[in-house]
Design a protein around this ligand. Sequence first.
Ligand code: PMP
Length: 362
Amino acid sequence: MKQRAYNFNAGPSALPLAVLEKAQKEFVDFQGTGMSVMELSHRSAAYEEVHNQAIARLRSLLSIPDQYEVLFLQGGASLQFSMIPMNFLSSGQKAGYITTGSWSEKAFKEAELFGEPYHIASSKENHYRDIPALSELTFNEQDAYIHLTSNNTIYGTQWKEFPQTENVPLIADMSSDILSRPIDVSQFGLIYAGAQKNLGPAGVTVVIIHKDLLEKANAEVPTMLKYSTHAKTNSLFHTPPTFGIYMLGEVLRWVEEQGGLDVISQKNEKKANIIYDTIDHSNGFYYGHAEKDSRSLMNITFRLGSEELEKKFLAEAKEAGFVGLNGHRSVGGCRASAYNAVPREACEALSEFMVEFQRKNS
Ligand code: PMP
């Protein structure tokens, strides 16, 4: 087999090799059923076991309290941008958005269709290089909810700690850093994440929602877009993305085997720092987009002296086997996404490549 690529894709992104190999082994005959997981009825005992184990594993890894429901939905994180205001915001009602990048701006825009979102804070003027300081944030008791994006996939910034919003539910888009570190779920009313970075393949969206928030949802919402529809039916109201959920369960098992989120987060910190140190020791040959105290451990964004040099860097990196180092098409530059399943060796190899490229081009 060709060596595995150094995969720095922003999402869909690297999956653990052990998970891919297990899925491959079980692909044609899942646990003696004589069929693949994809061919099981979603009402069968065999599938329900897969489904419930995935929920149980997520509950255990994130220490999700009993007052929260775990849902598996479809439509990606992008549908959550709409479902959240559709369920929790009404005409004339306000919701506070902290906009730290393109995804939170998109979430804000959807909320405008349903009520009156407003900016509590924004890092737009600073070209989304930072995360606002907690001390700058004030919350209004009347707001339906507060929304933030825990990790800004495109700009490479990440919240290190989250604001206490007291009685106002805090809603977080954790698409690009869920499961990368321990979090205190009880701080949030709702957490959502598309699976295709740290959780598994694209096609499943995880929602973790407090039961009290579920109670507050608007009534006039189409059945499929109501959180309560899925909460009442254990996410089996309709046919769920069964194969994606199976893969998610296997990724969660792998995270457990790695030692859980404490170990994973230490590994992630080491991995990201290999690349950040390379940037910081390059005498400005490479420079980071994010301010240092807002740097993401998942998406490392950096630039070189000119667009021409960046093009050369990206072309030679590609040639050397590195995949996905282009910055998002909306911002350019370079971005290395070092999610959970990206091995340390890939980060070391990238660092060596960067040092060598600098030596040859300065
Ligand atoms: N939020 C964040 C933070 C993301 O990184 C992405 C996708 N990269 C999205 C939302 C959109 O997710 P999806 O493609 O699953 O709709």
